[in-house]
Design a binder for this molecule. Structure first.
Ligand code: ADP
Ligand code: ZN
Ligand code: ZN
Length: 809
């Protein structure tokens, strides 16, 4: 029997980023396992914290006194051995705390909440007892923490030793249950009961027969009532007579938005694959069967049948008795894709979706953990789904930057997927129409295995793309979001009763307010960024910190009334469209119209049922949609992302235009795409126009090589922030000195510079970007720097390290 447990505690600092040793008290001997959460005393006084048991040990090598584990929170591990291993790797490669990595893997409901209880431990006067504690002897800190008057009294009482603060960790996860019944007697005993029944006690007689039929099973009482036609009262009598007992049965909250619609029946059967698809499926299946953790890059334009390849490979994994994980970006986790998987694999599928409630998410997680779901579809964090015996991992739209989490732990789901592939000896399939430069470069070097689907399934050509130069348009026709060309085509589709999709590229773009007289732009008081106009709430909002204020009537700088809106929001475009095409029915899709749960799916359903002629939206409409009646796609402003200070700006623009073009002409009607831009000659736009990924890839690779950017170099970004600008700058200068001294001379250090958005949430940000090919000193040095920034000289400076950053703003 191990006597000691290694526990990683919920105190996220560098100093505590290691396991601590605790005694296992005899009463918990049997329950303590690796992967359970426990409550342990930590630090001074009575403070307790939650932690995870990460290893068990024998006492022999330890001397001195160890504290015992106080309580156990789980009856079985919530982190399985694979995920335990993974969490260690994750903490190391993302420069984050082990404890944060462990929590990241769990559904929200299993994340700790600490309740602070203030308890009376000595005599207090009546005023305190009644006015503050309301006659009880304890009080939740949360109830008074914003009441300074009470707080100061409490503070005094604590000094006098009359009250004490306790930390309690409370577990918020509750499985949803309904009443179940179970027989307490065996078949013969139930028969004996029958013998002593009154002759006309028909209902009780039936109940006895029913109990005999279910043996030792637990059955939901509602189901039992339904089956037998007996009333609840009869079951209560049975309980009183000691025939049965009532016991809670766990039920799963089936996410409503995810129920399949009946007209999808044709999706159930696998399709006859074409030769390219068959080749891809064969190679993937072979890797599954051979336990070969190969990484495939499945490159194929939209509509080339990638999803069908995924589905048939998943089917093979299931046949081998294995499980499968399929990741898609959040915005393409649409009901359409979910339906396709559900239709094929039915109740074997669990879906992890950000619009699930915490309860629903927890239930799906439990189904996976118990092995009741063998196929998981989900967005980024689903890469931690507790599937065991993984046989296949798929990452669709692998180039999407949303696979990288941009807060700690800053993991890249693609890398985590590869880690899990190796651990389980299972292949990983990365799919995309426009692979990231990194992945495609790896395929060129045979690190990944390239599979291609060069043609669209329906032999439909990719739609022709027309590029409209908006500079000419504005000269000729004045300012508008719509070129004459686009308007003519929209009108034409209206006449033909066909549908159109319009995309407004909102990247790096928003509607702001500027004074015409002094040029003052209304900015957030906390952040170095302009406020965005929201017509629905009639306010100006900061998209970074959430600051909100009324729309001003006059310029706060010069008091002029000549203050007006610039830029284009979807709302404004919608208004203009209503004026230009009054007969068109429009559905607008953006963060505002889809914020409410289920709205995303609802709007798409309405559009699919042709309740509107035009779907107008932001990037969120660019992916995964498949509407046969859509024959025109318009991009209103293709180039707003091109000007951003980011080496991936061209790649993102190319990806986006390629994606959105794939929305036109999905069925047998010919589609068409119109791209409006101020940079018609830019190669990202020209190559998207000709659907030429190869050309774009070669051009972009050349530029990346010249500038020493990925995939030729790796990057890491360090950021330091402080409420005072000088302190952030000084901290960064310090760090720069250490890097310069400790790293190879072939490693490039850019900065320190203020971030593009220099101030956010009342803090100033400075950054350093490191570019390197191979530097044996880098990893350890970065950890040392993190460690040091938590000590003396760096008071209140926050330092973060982002490996392979996706954005440089
Ligand atoms: P992608 O994921 O590459 O965009 P899909 O797998 O969604 O492509 O396929 C596009 C369309 O073609 C879908 O409507 C799908 O049902 C259909 N499809 C895919 N493979 C086949 C096939 N082998 N035979 C017939 N139809 C297919
Ligand atoms: Zn702000
Ligand atoms: Zn002004």
């Amino acid at each position: 029997m191990p006597e000691l447990a290694q526990v990683v505690v919920d105190v996220p600092t560098m100093q505590t980023n290691q396991p601590y040793t605790y005694q296992i008290p005899p009463k918990l001997e049997k329950q303590i396992q690796v992967g359970v959460r426990v409550i342990v005393p930590f630090g001074k006084g009575k403070r307790t914290v939650q932690g995870f048991v990460v290893a068990l040990d024998n006492a022999s090598q330890y001397e001195g006194e160890l504290k015992p584990i106080q309580a156990i929170m789980d009856l079985q591990p919530v982190i399985n051995p694979e995920l335990m291993n993974l969490s260690k790797w994750l903490a190391d490669t993302t420069y984050s705390f082990w404890i944060s990595c462990l929590y990241t893997m769990l559904p929200n409901l299993l994340k700790a909440k600490t309740t602070r209880i203030i308890r009376i431990i000595d005599e207090v006067d009546e005023h305190v007892a009644f006015d503050i504690f309301h006659g009880r002897d304890e009080l939740e800190m949360a109830a008074v923490q914003d009441k300074p008057a009470i707080l100061s009294e409490l503070f005094k009482l604590q000094k006098e030793g009359k009250i004490a603060i306790e930390y309690q960790v409370e577990d918020r996860a509750k499985a949803k249950t309904v009443t179940g019944i179970r027989s307490l007697l065996n078949f013969e005993q139930l028969e004996d009961e029958r013998a002593s029944l009154h002759a006309n006690a028909h209902a009780q007689n039936r109940l006895l027969s029913y109990l005999q039929s279910i043996g030792s099973q637990v059955v939901k009482q509602k189901d039992a009532e339904h089956k037998t036609g007996l009333k609840a009262a009869t079951f209560n009598q049975g309980q009183q007579k000691g025939w049965l007992e009532k016991t809670p049965v766990e039920v799963y909250r089936q996410p409503l938005a995810m129920q399949v619609t009946p007209d999808d029946a044709h999706l159930a059967a696998p399709l006859q694959l074409n030769a390219d698809q068959q080749n891809a499926v064969n190679q993937i299946n072979q890797a599954i069967d051979n336990h070969d953790p190969k990484v495939f890059l499945l490159q194929g334009v939209t509509g080339s049948g990638k999803t069908e390849v995924y589905l048939q490979s998943i089917a093979n994994a299931l046949q081998q008795g294995k499980t499968a994980l399929m990741l898609v970006p959040e915005i393409s986790l649409t009901p359409q894709i979910v339906n396709r998987v559900r239709r094929r694999f039915g109740s074997k599928v669990a879906v992890l979706h950000s619009s699930l409630s915490n309860g629903e998410r927890y239930d799906e997680w439990r189904r996976i953990e118990r092995g009741e779901a063998q196929v998981v579809v989900g967005a980024r964090s689903a890469v931690f789904a507790p599937l065991t015996n993984l046989g296949l991992i798929i990452l669709d739209e692998e180039h999407e930057s949303s696979y990288k989490q941009d807060e700690s732990p800053r993991y890249q789901a693609r890398e985590v997927a590869k880690w899990r592939g190796k651990y389980n000896q299972a292949p990983v399939v990365l799919g995309s129409a426009t692979p990231s430069l990194e992945s495609r470069a790896r395929a060129v070097k045979n690190v990944y295995h390239l599979l291609r689907l060069p043609h669209r399934v329906n032999k439909q050509e990719l739609p022709p793309i027309e590029v409209v130069d908006m500079r000419d348009e504005i000269k000729k026709y004045g300012e508008s979001n719509f070129s004459q060309k686009l308007l003519t085509d929209l009108n034409d589709r209206l006449q033909k009763n066909e549908q159109s999709i319009l995309m407004l590229n909102r990247r790096g773009f928003s509607s702001f307010m500027m004074c015409r007289d002094c040029g003052n732009v209304l900015k957030c008081p906390n952040c170095d960024i302009s406020l965005t106009l929201h017509m629905d709430t009639r306010t100006m909002k900061c998209h970074y910190c959430g600051h909100e204020e009324p729309i001003p009537r006059e310029c706060p700088n010069c008091h002029s009334h000549q203050i007006r809106y610039y830029g284009t929001g979807t709302e404004k475009v919608e208004q203009e469209l209503h004026q230009l095409l009054p007969q068109a029915r429009i559905i607008r899709m953006d963060v505002d119209t889809t914020r409410r749960k289920g709205m995303h799916a609802k709007l798409l359903r309405q559009f699919g049922q042709h309740q509107a002629d035009i779907l107008l939206g932001t990037q969120m409409i660019a992916k995964g949609l498949d509407f046969p009646n859509v024959t025109l796609v318009g991009v209103l402003n293709a180039d707003t992302g091109l000007g951003l200070p980011d080496f991936r700006a061209s790649e993102r623009t190319f990806d986006l235009l390629s994606q959105v073009s794939g929305r036109a002409g999905r069925a047998n009607k010919q589609g068409k795409v119109i791209i409006q831009t101020y940079n018609p000659d830019h190669y990202a736009i020209q190559d998207a126009k000709t659907h030429d990924y190869e050309k774009f890839f070669n051009q972009e690779m050349m530029l990346r090589r010249q500038a020493s950017y990925p995939p030729y170099y790796y990057t890491v970004r360090l950021m330091a922030s402080h409420p005072e600008e000088a302190k952030a700058a000084r901290a960064m200068a310090d760090i720069y000195g250490r890097l310069k001294q400790g790293l190879l001379s072939s490693t490039v250090i850019l900065g320190p510079t203020p971030r593009a958005i220099a101030r956010m949430k009342r803090r100033y940000y400075y950054q350093i970007v490191i570019k390197y090919k191979k530097d044996p000193y880098l990893h350890q040095l970065l950890f040392d720097i993190l460690q040091d920034t938590q000590s003396r000289g760096f008071k209140d400076v926050q330092v973060s390290i982002d490996p392979d950053p996706q954005y440089f703003m």
